[in-house]
Design a protein. Structure first.
Length: 304
């Protein structure tokens, strides 16, 4: 009977665990809808900014704006520092979500260091901060207060010091590592270059125009007061918006990953319960059969 009591205890433990994982799955599902709405609302604005900048930037203007200028590599006298912003979650129980982001950040850091840059890491989220703290790597920024409801002000607080440093020539580049929200089941880590600001033509090697990139023909703008004045306002706004988009996509991806992980945990707990209940019932039936056999045997011995 001791084994039977142990099985009953395990059954109760698994049932309680399944209740917790089921509740967390429902909570993540409800939060995912709101986070997904923020992602959907942020994407058109970001694409519109990208299109306007692509239409306004010319080679002459690119040389006059620090955020568009590409510095020389360190071997040729360019800045030796590069920045990487890593966005992770504050909580775990999301499967491999945070570990995949950390792996992507480490890959990017190692790549930049091989090219001769000194990389300063800016961490957003407890999981990334905790990992690199364990490795005794000092972070230039530690933001643990943003959570899963980021705002434009949060993005500006992260981006503005980097914009100032890049404009002053202290940084060679700024990369953003975040989760790309494709669907609740697909949240791959991705690295985006946010400084220098790259137009569509630059990303495609300088040969792709609006027609080749599939975004339709370029538009004719009436510029007031001038392209210079407009770009002076749009370029920092674009960088801040890229950081904001990374924050909201990572928040939505976190809820999607946690919902998937908790659903898998709930399903696995159900399968374990079935095995435990079957084992317990077989043991109980075997005990009953043994008791009946002993009673029959004793009665036969008395009669004989």
């Amino acid at each position: 009977m001791a084994k039977g009591r142990q099985l009953k205890g395990r059954i109760r433990s698994v049932q309680n665990t399944r209740k917790i994982t089921r509740t967390m799955e429902l909570v993540s599902t409800s939060k995912l809808k709101r986070a997904q709405d923020r992602v959907i609302a942020a994407r058109p604005y970001a694409e519109a900014l990208r299109e306007v900048i692509a239409d306004l930037v010319t080679p002459e203007l690119a040389e006059r704006f620090p955020l568009l200028r590409r510095p020389s590599p360190p071997a040729k006298g360019g800045p030796a520092r590069a920045a990487v912003i890593l966005i992770t979650s504050n909580r775990g129980l999301a499967g491999a979500f945070n570990s995949n982001l950390i792996k992507e950040a480490r890959r990017r850091i190692e790549e930049l260091e091989r090219r001769g840059y000194t990389v300063e890491l800016h961490g957003v989220g407890k999981k990334g901060f905790g990992f690199f703290k364990y490795l005794h790597r000092k972070l230039a920024l530690e933001r643990l207060d943003i959570g899963d409801k980021p705002s434009a002000d949060h993005a500006a607080e992260i981006a503005q010091p980097l914009i100032d440093a890049y404009s002053a020539g202290a940084l060679a580049s700024v990369d953003l590592v975040h989760a790309k929200f494709v669907s609740a089941l697909t949240t791959p880590p991705t690295t985006v270059r946010i400084l220098p600001v790259e137009t569509a033509a630059q990303r495609n090697g300088g040969t792709a125009g609006r027609e080749e990139s599939g975004s339709g023909p370029s538009r004719d703008y009436i510029l007031a007061p001038s392209a210079d004045a407009i770009l002076e306002q749009l370029l920092p706004l674009y960088v801040r918006n890229m950081v904001y988009r990374g924050l909201v996509e990572t928040a939505a991806a976190e809820h999607g990953a946690r919902r998937t992980a908790m659903k898998n945990a709930t399903d696995n707990a159900g399968e374990i319960l079935e095995v435990l209940k079957r084992t317990y019932n077989r043991q109980r039936q075997a005990g009953i059969t043994q008791e009946i056999a002993e009673i029959v045997g004793g009665a036969a011995a008395l009669q004989g």
